[in-house]
Design a protein around this ligand. Structure first.
Ligand code: ADP
Ligand code: MG
Ligand code: ZN
Length: 500
């Protein structure tokens, strides 16, 4: 009786529909000339370990930090791009903890008076790309990055850690998101949108693989319809967009299983293990740090002048999501095509320039999305470094639409323009790829194809009523002419002759 009862209870619990709740904390490296509080160069990527350091970023006693104005401006610019308020008064605080990557024993960060708060970011709704979702941003604040630790196991099995202080003291923004995200896919869109924004405004490379963008995900679930939030689990160690999405999806399922089996979610930090595709417990809330925040006495508080904020605001370009929506509206593109074209500002600019140069918007979008992006990724270059110009794409579109170049030959022409920087018209001339629409010229080829022994079956099939057999014959003519024949004219000629 008891057993039967508890089984029923388990079944009932298993029927609960849970809603996932996700909030992301994203660290973004700010691209500046010098570090956050000293004159060391902030571009240390190619330097030997521990060579881009000074007493300030090494945390020597008695040194004084000096604030990097450009890093503050980059953070305010990011905050404005994320629709945040920028209060007039802000300050820095010491966040105290002991870990070898932190030489001073504290990190200069911001606690209760961050540079900005209360913003939002807009994404295309993954469930319906025609709709958008606004996801809240709690705050964007500025802090210093830590040193890099590399954990090594040598041949004898001994383990130790190597320390590189080049990254220590470089400027780092933290973007804290509201728990507004509901699916792993949405978290991916949020993160991609954030990366697109920091790239558009030029404050960061946003490169996840290099650690310029690092994301921790807070995940909880609650019965759908409930208002109270469930206990959250913070998931760390993801270093690609895909692993962020996978880790969140795993964590949601794990939490559901725990509750369905009658268990309880404990607040803890878990690490994503890429190879196994699971999260594992790192530390529970009981072991959570008390950071003993207090105001940084060596830095003056920051008065953020309204004129300064307005000047920074005037630097904002059109951002990716508004641009995407405009591309849909103005050029009649699908939401997905517009999204791909606006992921990179340079690609979006290139595309718009093809239209200014006279290309039809839908056709130009197809060429850029299909061929230009493929050529760029095969050549491992950015559009800025390419010899292909927007005028070339516009010319290609015009040649195809005007019937002077066949759709079959066009990719070859585009590739040649891409490789040489020669205009499509020139390439068509040089390679003799001009589309043949001349009836007399094509008639000779059609006659030859119809007379060929390989065509006998298709001809017989067509004559016995099988219309589709004409396709084979058109193909044969296209092959004979190396794709230069105008397929419409060929089709017409063939049918005339076969029907006669
Ligand atoms: P902490 O002090 O542990 O860092 P915060 O309340 O400051 O926690 O929130 C940090 C992040 O966790 C934010 O991105 C926030 O959106 C997210 N978050 C807070 N509570 C939850 C919850 N119950 N479920 C999912 N995410 C949450
Ligand atoms: Mg946290
Ligand atoms: Zn330094």
């Amino acid at each position: 009786m008891t057993a039967a009862f508890s089984q029923a209870a388990v079944r009932e619990r298993a029927a609960v529909d849970y809603e996932p709740v996700i909030g992301l904390e994203v660290h973004v490296q700010v691209q500046t000339e010098s570090k956050m509080f000293c004159a060391c160069p902030a571009r240390y990527a190619d330097a030997a370990p521990n060579c881009v350091v000074c007493p300030v970023c090494l945390g020597m006693p008695g040194v004084l930090p000096v604030m990097n104005r450009r890093a503050v401006e980059a953070t305010i610019l990011t905050a404005l791009a994320l629709n945040c308020e920028v209060p007039e008064f802000s300050k820095f605080d010491r966040k105290n903890y002991n870990y070898p990557d932190l030489m001073k024993g504290y990190q200069i960060s911001q606690f209760d008076l961050p540079l900005s708060r209360d913003g939002w970011l807009e994404i295309a709704d993954p469930a319906d790309p025609a709709q958008t979702r606004r996801l809240g941003i709690t705050r964007v604040h500025l802090e210093e990055d830590t040193a890099n630790l590399k954990h090594v196991r040598d041949a004898s099995g001994e383990t130790y850690s190597l320390m590189d202080c080049n990254r220590a003291g470089s400027p780092l923004m933290e973007v804290v998101g509201e728990p507004d995200i509901r699916t792993a896919e949405e978290a991916g869109s949020y993160l991609r949108q954030l990366r697109a924004i920091v790239r558009y405004i030029g404050v960061s490379t946003g490169n996840m693989e290099e650690g310029a963008l690092r994301c921790d995900a807070n995940v909880s679930i609650r019965p759908r319809g409930a208002l109270a939030l469930g206990a959250k689990v913070e998931v760390k160690n993801m270093n690609s967009f895909r692993s962020v999405e996978r880790a969140i999806a795993f964590e949601i399922e794990r939490q559901k299983r725990v509750l369905d089996e009658g268990g309880r979610i404990i607040q803890e930090t878990r690490g994503w293990v890429e190879e196994r595709g699971v999260t594992v417990s790192q530390r529970s809330k009981e072991a959570a740090h008390d950071y003993r925040y207090f105001p940084e006495p060596d830095l003056p508080p920051l008065f953020v002048d309204r004129g300064w904020v307005n000047e920074i605001r005037s630097r904002l370009p059109e951002l990716p999501e508004p641009k995407r929506q405009r591309f849909v509206r103005e050029f009649g593109l699908s939401p997905q095509d517009a999204a791909t074209l606006t992921t990179s500002r340079a690609i979006a600019d290139f595309y718009e320039a093809t239209i200014k140069a006279g290309a039809a918007p839908r056709a130009a979008a197809n060429w850029v999305l299909r061929d230009v992006l493929r050529l760029l990724s095969a050549a491992h270059i950015e559009i800025e470094a390419s010899k292909l110009k927007p005028e070339h794409v516009a010319q290609l579109v015009t040649l195809v639409e005007g019937g002077q170049l066949s759709v079959r030959s066009a990719p070859e022409v585009l590739e040649e323009s891409f490789n040489t920087g020669h205009a499509p018209e020139q390439v068509v001339r040089e390679k003799g790829l001009s589309q043949v629409s001349d009836t007399a010229e094509l008639e000779a080829v059609v006659d030859r194809v119809l007379a060929a022994p390989q065509s006998a079956k298709a001809v017989a099939d067509y004559k016995s009523g099988k219309q589709s057999a004409a396709g084979f014959l058109v193909g044969a003519v296209m092959k004979e002419t190396r794709g230069k024949a105008n397929p419409g004219v060929v089709n017409q000629l063939l049918r005339q002759k076969l029907d006669a």
